[in-house]
Write a protein that binds this ligand. Structure first.
Ligand SMILES: Nc1nc2c(ncn2[C@@H]2O[C@H](COP(=O)(O)OP(=O)(O)OP(=O)(O)O)[C@@H](O)[C@H]2O)c(=O)[nH]1
Ligand SMILES: [Mg+2]
Length: 188
């Protein structure tokens, strides 16, 4: 079960937590959809247009808090909104002591963007454990899957067996990902 706890723009609003798992990725990549699939419920807000998630949304997953973040690279943000977004993410990534794992979502159909690469570099330099998941794999033909995996892994410099594909048609996949999260947190 996943229970929505609170939305927060800054540290004053962060709930108490022993462990956080943060989801990051480009706007519209499918972060909120992924959270809902992972827990087979409609807890996170999914929008028809990008830029729907504006604050850090904290969900209680029992063993950890799952944090849904707004996406980066959302073109329609004003300069002020862009600054506020950066501050919010910077503060969370540098100050949140409970942060244990970052799940970076990329679009299975595309080469990771400059923003994706920048995020990956940032997380590496901060020594944060990262799990990369490629969303919208249901939109790939079978013959496109291997090349897509290869391209993403080459680009992000991760081994091919470290990439998980997210395909909303395959429910059993999400049980497996939940297990992998627990293992990464060393509480499985
Ligand atoms: N076919 C398919 N569509 C998906 C998948 N994941 C997300 N979508 C669709 O992509 C759109 C964006 O999904 P969201 O989950 O709102 O994306 P987000 O990353 O949370 O977006 P922001 O909150 O704006 O950063 C929605 O129309 C979803 O239905 C997927 O795995 N497969
Ligand atoms: Mg969202």
């Amino acid at each position: 079960m996943l229970k929505f706890l609170t939305s927060a723009a800054d540290s004053a609003g962060w709930p108490e937590s022993e462990r956080d798992v943060l989801l990051v990725g480009r706007s519209n990549v499918g972060k909120s959809t992924f959270i809902n699939k992972l827990y087979a419920q409609k807890a996170a807000y999914v929008g028809k247009t990008p830029g729907k998630t504006r604050l850090l949304n904290f969900f209680d997953a029992g063993d950890y808090l799952l944090v849904d973040a707004p996406g980066y690279g959302y073109a329609k943000r004003t300069a002020d909104e862009q600054l506020a977004y950066r501050d919010m993410m910077n503060e969370y990534l540098t100050e949140r002591e409970a942060l244990r794992l970052v799940i970076l979502l990329v679009d299975a159909r595309h080469k990771p963007s400059a923003d994706d690469l920048q995020m990956m570099d940032y997380l590496r330099q901060a020594h944060l454990p990262v799990k990369v998941i490629a969303t919208k794999a249901d939109k790939l033909k079978n013959s496109e899957i291997r090349p897509a995996i290869r391209q993403i892994c080459n680009c992000l410099q991760i081994p091919e067996n470290a990439l998980t594909l997210s395909d909303p048609r395959k429910n059993e996949l999400y049980l497996q990902i939940r297990e992998e999260i627990l293992q990464a947190l060393r509480i499985a």
